[in-house]
Design a protein around this ligand. Sequence first.
Ligand code: P6P
Length: 340
Amino acid sequence: MNQIVTLDEFIIRRQNDFQYATGELTGLLRDIGVAAKIINREVNKAGLLNILGTAQTSSNASGDTVQKLDLYANEKLIDCLKNSGECCGIASEENEDFIPIEGITGKQGKYIVVFDPLDGSSNIDVNVSVGTIFGIYRRKSKATATVELNDFLQTGAELVAAGYVLYGTSTLLVYSTGNGVNGFTLDPTIGEFCLSHQNIQIPKRGNYYSVNQGYYLKFDVEMRRYIDNCCDENLRLRYIGSMVSDIHRILFQGGIFLYPNTRKYPLGKLRLLYECNPLSFIVEQAGGKAMNCQLKRILDLPISQLHQKATIAIGSPAMVDDMKTFVERYSLPASINEHV
Ligand code: P6P
């Protein structure tokens, strides 16, 4: 039987990978792992508890409907990170503003953590997989000062670590500190995340494309031409409506995920800080590409608001390059785009 390597052991063994003190990262990832285990426990029995359905506060800062389990997951992540001693501030999809976190025994944390506590939560009531997305930055402000907005308005390229937890047929934590991507499966019999997918590499090309085809007529012409090409190439459409799940499949089997601009979401729907950037960091670390529909690298996009939205095309490098070719070939001046 292969030797079990837990998440903590893996981080300690790979301590040279992380440019800062390993103990700090270990603490942060352990706390995120603890929150994930607690969330996993509730996600797995949500149907038995009164935590299905829509929360009283019916929508969040981005206008999304908030599920009861969203709020539960949000609270658990905040509680676990508050106790870590390494985190000085949090930004969450579920909170309008960032949350400063006081140091423990006077020692201010050096990191800020951004997260979507339960992405794809509209699927919870129908038992479809959902996920937690997180990103970790070093604070920019002085260690002794209270965290400030600029600590959060860093590009994705400045992430020091990012990852996601997928609550699916098994519970998987996938993360990177900038030296490759590794996956850990939760073994409920011992309550540990154990190394199960080492050095994940995204296939150069795949047979899947993932987009909400229902918006096809609302996409710009160049995106419609690329989607037509995916159909012409007999690619298979897989779209769960849970970004973590859709991108997880692409990370392992290859493909491309698209959320272009539409008339309803002219700047895109997905949030740059705690959805697009962390997942783009992971996909790039696995050899993939991620750009917006204006062909700018996601991780380089300037960010000026916590809940800023972005369009995204992410996945296998050869397929993102194909998309880029179609956009360059078919994009029209904005003035006439609406009438095509
Ligand atoms: P649509 C879930 O609400 C989410 O934020 C992502 O997880 C998912 O990819 C997207 O929105 C689905 O949006 O407009 O296709 O329902």
